[in-house]
Every structure is written in structure tokens, then in C-alpha cells.
Design a protein around this ligand. Structure first.
Ligand code: NAD
Length: 481
């Protein structure tokens, strides 16, 4: 069944098993050239209410009584459905984010497929615990069963639209919950395609619902403050996390938060120099710095500092084919940090402005990959998340100092360590305040591992069993023997 929405390029919503439109719409923009490429419906409160009711209904219907094996089969069908329309998903992701096609083809869409397959597999592999209790009061068998939480709200950002949405939707469904998802208003297209795929697999109506719209004062807030929502899984900015937490507090709704970062790289003088430069360039500039794991602070041991800065600057200047910022507003925010850095006393080693392509991309939202040096640790440019293709490089003299600098941040998502001394890597890794430590690599992902941040970078962990734990409630059953 095709979407029933009007217009040349409709991005429909999906509630209670049918495709929906809304009276209010807003334009969808291609960030690569600023062109209007479609219209997106803005879900009114009554549609969000209906979606939550439909999800509740699915829990007491066929979805709620489905066995774990059947849920795993249903997730595999979704994975197969995305794979069958791979090109369409890639096209949509590229058009709405402006990211290089190769990135969508090798990371976003394959990972979304993997997310559904991985949680289907994990359902089979999952073990429950049991204890034989022998006490002066008698013997018992204690065993734990896991129940779904109920209706789960999923709110996701624009940088990796389908990947991050499916990273929550797959385990939430695997654990037996019903989902109401709201993707970013800037990138709703692949979520709408996912709803089509889910519909085509014959999924029970109401088990997965999709609404579009903005966050504050709109669909996002209607959903996260809804009394019928039993849990909220959110990825986005730390400030949005605070707002959602306040809304969740009214109903003591549990939250799982993947938030912002100001990730550090520590480059020791004994590192493989080329690998460290190459890896740092990748970690700073992939997807034009718009990945939560991207490096924005680089600390380099003094003997190789000048050589490293020169090499990284050269890499930044050599970059071609990079994508735009997601929006004009985000481009302006990143450029305001480029200006602030200079006001704060930075030396601009590379970039610092807007590229001149001489083609349609000049109407898009591109900024130059940028390398800065010379700022004090107190500079706002060094402390605040920019979320663009920019890093500041500073020297250090000792291992303890490197750890202290890495930890001198309100955030704590990821730290990258470049060294050929593995003892040092093992010493440093547990001392840095971050949920993820990469040693001589970056963004080498295994979906079974815990993923998340400390401090302002988040609450809880996603990935493998960690997500299934969040999306279900353990119930202990004690049976006297
Ligand atoms: P954002 O917080 O502006 O928006 C994320 C989502 O929240 C969107 O769907 C938006 O509509 C919704 N939203 C906004 N205000 C809301 C409110 N008051 N109530 C309910 N929903 C609301 O984030 P963004 O700009 O889309 O994404 C970039 C941010 O996401 C960066 O800070 C980045 O670090 C972070 N991020 C973190 C991770 C991670 O895993 N830690 C991954 C990707 C992105």
C-alpha cells in the first residue's frame, strides 16, 4: 500500500496500521543546495494521542501475545524489507542529509538492517537467571522473567536518521513493546520508508507508529509528556535531554539518553604517526563532524605536536566531496564558532570559512573542514559541542596531564587514544571519563557492546543486552520447594 498523502514527495505518518497526513505541513529542504524537496506533516496532539492509544491496544492484541520466536521472525522480515529497497533508502538518506553517498551505502542503511537482524539473534541468545535458595526459612527456586515496559516513545536526531531510529526501535520491538517514534523534523524520509516496510511485512497494527513534527511545543513534547508513555528512548542534544527529563518527571517515566559530546583524542609521541593523523582526520571530519562520536578536542604529546598539526591541517585542506551542515541554522551556528574561535585567540591552521565550489552546492550549507590551535582550556570553542568539521589541537607533556585534559569537560561520550604502548593504553582507558574508549581506531562498532556516555553525554547504555535490559522489566518469581 502506498502512502495516501498529497504532494510530489510525501512523507507520511503511520498510526494504528494506516498512513496519515496532517493539515499543517512544513517544507523539507535538501541541505546540499537549499532546495525545497517536499512537505512534511506536523502531527497535531490528537494524532499523537491516537498513536499512543493504538500502541496500548497492540499490547493487549496479537502483538502482545506473540512469542519471542515470532517477534524475531518479524524483525528479520523488516531487515529483509529494508534490504530489498536498499537503493530507495540510500537515495532518501542522501537527499535529506546531504551526506556522501558512500557513507549512506556503507554505514547508515547496512547498520539499520543489522540493527533488526542483531536483535532478532539476541532474542534467541538471551538467558534468564535462576537461583536455588537454601535458607533457614526454607528452600526456593527464584527465577526471573522479563516483561516489556509497554508503550515506548522513540525520539531521534537528524545526523544518522535511520541508523539511530532503528537502534532503538529494533530492541524495543524485540523486547515486546509497542513503539511510537518521532524522527527529526529535518530528516523524516527514511522513517516513513521504514513504516512502509513494516506495513508490508504484515506487522500487527499499532505495534509500530510513526508521527512527524517538531520537538518543543509540538509532536516531540506531546509524546514525551504523554501519560500513556511507559518509557522514553532519546538521542539528541543534552539541552533537549534536560527538557525531556523534566517532562518525564511528571509521570516518573524511565529514560534512556544518548546525548551530546566534546570528544577528546589523546595522541602520544610513540603512536604510529600516519595512523594517528589519518584516524584523527577521519574522527573529526566524517559526515562533516556531525556524528556524536566525532573528535573536537585533540591533545598531542609535545615532541610531535608541530608535525602533527601540520599534517592534520594538510588533510583538512585536501578533503573533497564532503557534505553540508544539516540546515542553514546549523551552518550559521558552526560558523559562529569559527568566528568565536578567532575572537578567543585561536590560530586557524586550516579552513575557518565557507568553501566556494562554483556550482549548485554554493546554495547549500557547507562549511570548511577546520583545524584550530592556541586556545586556552577555558575557551568556549574548546568546551562547547559545535557538531561540525572542526577540532582544536593542544599540546601536553605527560600521561597524567593528558588524562586530566580529556576529563576537563562537561561531556563524556568517547575518547580516542593513539599509542603503540599497550600498557599505557590499558592504564589510560579506565581513567578517562567516557562511556567509550577507542585505542588506535575510531568508530569500529560491535552492536553487542555497551554504547553510551557519562556526565552530560547521557543516561544508560544501548547495544546488545543493554538495550534489551532497558526496554524490559525483570520480574522475580520465588517458588517454595
Ligand atoms: P535535538 O536534540 O535538537 O533533536 C533531537 C530530536 O528531539 C528531534 O527529533 C527533535 O524534534 C526532538 N526534540 C527537540 N526538542 C524536544 C522537546 N522539547 N521534547 C521532545 N522532543 C524534542 O538534536 P539534533 O540537533 O537532532 O541532533 C544533534 C545532537 O544529537 C548533537 O548534540 C549530538 O551530539 C547528539 N547525538 C548524540 C548521539 C549519541 O549517541 N550520544 C548520537 C547522535 C547525535
Amino acid at each position: 500500500m502506498r502512502r495516501t498523502a498529497p504532494g510530489p514527495d510525501p512523507v507520511a505518518m503511520y498510526v494504528a496500521g494506516s498512513f496519515r497526513w496532517a493539515d499543517d505541513t512544513f517544507p523539507l529542504i535538501d541541505p546540499a543546495d537549499g532546495a525545497v524537496i517536499g512537505a512534511v506533516p506536523e502531527a497535531p496532539r490528537c494524532l499523537v494521542d491516537e498513536a499512543v492509544r493504538a500502541a496500548r491496544g497492540a499490547l493487549s492484541g496479537s502483538w502482545g501475545s506473540m512469542s519471542a520466536q515470532d517477534r524475531a521472525t518479524a524483525l528479520r522480515r523488516i531487515a529483509d524489507g529494508i534490504a530489498a529497497r536498499f537503493g530507495e533508502f540510500v537515495d532518501t538518506e542522501v537527499r535529506e542529509t546531504g551526506k556522501p553517498r558512500a557513507l549512506a551505502e556503507t554505514m547508515d542503511i547496512p547498520r539499520a538492517i543489522d540493527n533488526f537482524r542483531a536483535y532478532a539473534d539476541l532474542l534467541y541468545a538471551r538467558r534468564d537467571s535462576a537461583f536455588h535458595t537454601a535458607s533457614p526459612h526454607g528452600q526456593a527456586l527464584n527465577y526471573t522473567v522479563r516483561r516489556p515496559l509497554g508503550v515506548v516513545a522513540v525520539i531521534s536526531p537528524w545526523n544518522l536518521p535511520l541508523l539511530l531510529l532503528s537502534w532503538k526501535v529494533a530492541p524495543a520491538l524485540a523486547a515486546g513493546n509497542a513503539v511510537v517514534a518521532k524522527p527529526s523534523e529535518e530528516t523524516p524520509g527514511t522513517a516513513a520508508l521504514l513504516a512502509e516496510v513494516i506495513h508490508e511485512t504484515g506487522f500487527p497494527a499499532g505495534a509500530f507508529n510513526l508521527v512527524h513534527g517538531h520537538g518543543a511545543g509540538a509532536a516531540g513534547e506531546f509524546l514525551t509528556g504523554h501519560p500513556g508513555v511507559d518509557a522514553i528512548a532519546f538521542t539528541g542534544e543534552s539541552a533537549t535531554g534536560s527538557a525531556i527529563m523534566r517532562a518525564a518527571a511528571d509521570h516518573v517515566t524511565p529514560v534512556s539518553f544518548e546525548l551530546g559530546g566534546k570528544n577528546a583524542a589523546l595522541v602520544f609521541a610513540d603512536a604510529d604517526f600516519e595512523a594517528a593523523v589519518e584516524g584523527t582526520a577521519r574522527s573529526a571530519f566524517t559526515h562533516s563532524g556531525q556524528i556524536c562520536l566525532c573528535t573536537e578536542r585533540v591533545y598531542v604529546e609535545r615532541p610531535i605536536f608541530d608535525r602533527f598539526v601540520a599534517a592534520l591541517g594538510e588533510r583538512a585542506r585536501e578533503l573533497t566531496g564532503y557534505g553540508p551542515m544539516i540546515s542553514a541554522a546549523h551552518r550559521d551556528k558552526v560558523l559562529s564558532y569559527y568566528r568565536l574561535a578567532v575572537e578567543e585567540g585561536a590560530t586557524v591552521v586550516a579552513g575557518g570559512g565557507v568553501p566556494d565550489f562554483g556550482d549548485r552546492r554554493d546554495q547549500g550549507f557547507h562549511v570548511e573542514p577546520t583545524v584550530l590551535t592556541g586556545l586556552p582550556p577555558t575557551a568556549r570553542t574548546v568546551r562547547e559541542e559545535i557538531f561540525g568539521p572542526v577540532c582544536h589541537v593542544a599540546p601536553f607533556d605527560a600521561e597524567d596531564e593528558a588524562v586530566r585534559l580529556a576529563n576537563d569537560s562537561a561531556y563524556g561520550l568517547a575518547v580516542t587514544v593513539w599509542t603503540s604502548d599497550l600498557s599505557r593504553a590499558h592504564r589510560v582507558a579506565p581513567r578517562v571519563e567516557a562511556g567509550i574508549v577507542w585505542v588506535n581506531c575510531w568508530n569500529l562498532r560491535d552492536l553487542r557492546t555497551p554504547f553510551g556516555g557519562v556526565k552530560a553525554s547521557g543516561i544508560g547504555r544501548e547495544g546488545g543486552e543493554y538495550s534489551l535490559d532497558f526496554f524490559s522489566e525483570p520480574v522475580n518469581v520465588c517458588v517454595r520447594i
